[in-house]
Design a protein around this ligand. Structure first.
Ligand SMILES: Cc1cc2nc3c(=O)[nH]c(=O)nc-3n(C[C@H](O)[C@H](O)[C@H](O)COP(=O)(O)OP(=O)(O)OC[C@H]3O[C@@H](n4cnc5c(N)ncnc54)[C@H](O)[C@@H]3O)c2cc1C
Length: 411
């Protein structure tokens, strides 16, 4: 390690969003920062984020931000207030990577390229003289005589402060394989059991090939059990064996510690039962000699009708003028409450984020320092924090990285 003795030596493990943001804000004349990552490049997970466009933050106030955090919102209050979504927007706009705000206050680079966000962060790290060490996997960490020893396969690093920014354990091909939990445990930290979050939900019903390409727009998904009842409105999609899309991903984060839930779909949430019945009557009166299949085509996407018929008692061949009131109300009920058979969540490697991780009760929320070991810090997804979709998770990485950098620079 090529550092002079009068400087504080800091090692950060992980050059993802949190590690990069930490490093560029921490390195200065009196703080030498080495950023180590097992990948050949920085920001592998950020690269695939937002479908390659990187939804870097959500353009909202702190209070609203916190309401989108699923686990430990109170813990994050200080970090998000210290470095807000507005600060993120200013940062990238001022550092050559202009941002734009889209529907749902989601913020993306104007270029629609996640690589531009990563390049901006790496460029700033280099400007601040952060030493970037790629293709180095940390295998073990320990503290001896007040110094941290960071062991990689072929070499050891020594530091006064150690920052763990190793991410969660979802999408392990991006390098986040859960090593940070092991490192934390070796210092006595408690790890809250990890679960998939923002992931598809498996269902038992058969999903046809045609459904794989369609989006069910503006529907409501309800999950409930004896102690939980939540309805989310928006779009959803189908995968072989599972459902996905914005409302499903968000729902998965809310139910991942609940065990079994009942799922049901409202295919016409904009119409209450009375209005939907009037609509059915109107369609029936318009074309009395057509059949129920025709009626369904006026209400549902064509690719979805087979699924609806397979999972309800609706007879598609009944001619509309012979449809009894009882049968009409049955169709109405099925459109408003189509049950889906919950079959668990997809595995953690398919989750966009990891729920669980380093127990935040053992971390100072202002500095991200361990309460169990002086000079040891945890930032980003390795912590037991996660949020809904919309740019919140990357902002958490940036804000916790920033708070940690400020704290280290102060003393
Ligand atoms: C498909 C997908 C899309 C997403 N889209 C969005 C989005 O649009 N908006 C949003 O807000 N969030 C999104 N997220 C979530 C967001 O990307 C993460 O929450 C965020 O990247 C976490 O940052 P981090 O720095 O904590 O961890 P990571 O970005 O995971 O970085 C951790 C780094 O640590 C390194 N590392 C791990 N262990 C070791 C070790 N032993 N030695 C050396 N290096 C190690 C890894 O190689 C990795 O580079 C998405 C996630 C996925 C998977």
């Amino acid at each position: 390690m090529t550092v002079s003795n009068d400087k504080t030596k800091i090692i950060c493990i992980g050059a993802g969003a949190s590690g990069l943001f930490f490093a560029l804000h921490c390195a200065d004349k009196t703080h030498d920062v080495i950023l180590i990552d097992s990948n050949a490049k920085a920001g592998r997970k950020m690269y695939i984020s937002g479908k390659g466009r990187c939804n870097i933050t959500n353009n909202c106030e702190v209070k609203e931000f916190i309401s989108n955090v699923v686990r430990n919102p109170r813990f994050l209050y200080s970090a998000i207030s210290r470095f807000t979504p507005a600060d993120t927007i200013d940062f990238f706009n001022e550092h050559g990577c202009p941002l734009k705000t889209e529907r749902g206050d989601r913020v993306f680079p104007v270029s629609d390229r996640s690589a531009d966000i990563i390049d901006c962060l790496v460029k700033e790290c280099r400007k601040q003289k952060v030493e970037l060490r790629f293709n180095e996997t940390v295998t073990d960490i320990r503290k001896e005589n007040g110094q941290f020893i960071v062991c990689c396969k072929d070499r050891k690093y020594y530091a006064d402060r150690l920052v763990i920014a190793t991410g969660g354990r979802s999408y392990p091909s991006t390098g986040s394989t859960g090593d940070g939990y092991r490192f934390a445990q070796s210092f006595g930290h408690n790890i809250i059991e990890t679960k998939s979050a923002l992931c598809p939900i498996r269902i038992k019903e058969k999903i046809s090939k045609g459904m794989l390409k369609m989006t069910l727009k503006n529907v409501s998904l309800t999950a409930s059990n004896d102690s939980f009842n939540k309805t989310l409105f928006g779009d959803m999609e189908f995968l072989p064996g599972s459902i996905t899309g914005p409302i499903v991903l968000s729902m998965s984060s809310l139910i991942n510690r609940l065990g079994h839930v009942d799922l049901s779909l409202d295919l016409k949430p904009a119409l209450d039962e009375d209005k939907l019945d009037k609509r059915l009557i109107r369609e029936i009166e318009k074309e009395p000699n057509k059949n129920v299949l025709y009626l369904l085509k006026t209400l549902l996407p064509e690719e979805f009708i087979e699924f609806f018929l397979n999972n309800t008692d609706t007879d598609p061949d009944t001619v509309l003028n012979s449809l009894t009131r009882e049968k009409r109300l049955q169709i109405l009920h099925e459109l408003k409450h189509l049950p889906l058979s919950f079959d668990g969540l997809e595995s953690i490697d398919k989750g966009i984020v990891t729920s669980g991780g380093v127990d935040v009760n053992e971390i100072d929320p202002k500095t991200m320092e361990s309460k169990l070991c002086d000079g040891l810090y945890f930032i980003g997804e390795v912590l037991d924090v996660d949020a809904l979709t919309g740019g919140f998770n990357l902002q958490i990485a940036l804000s916790t990285g920033y708070s940690c950098a400020q704290a280290i620079r102060k003393n």
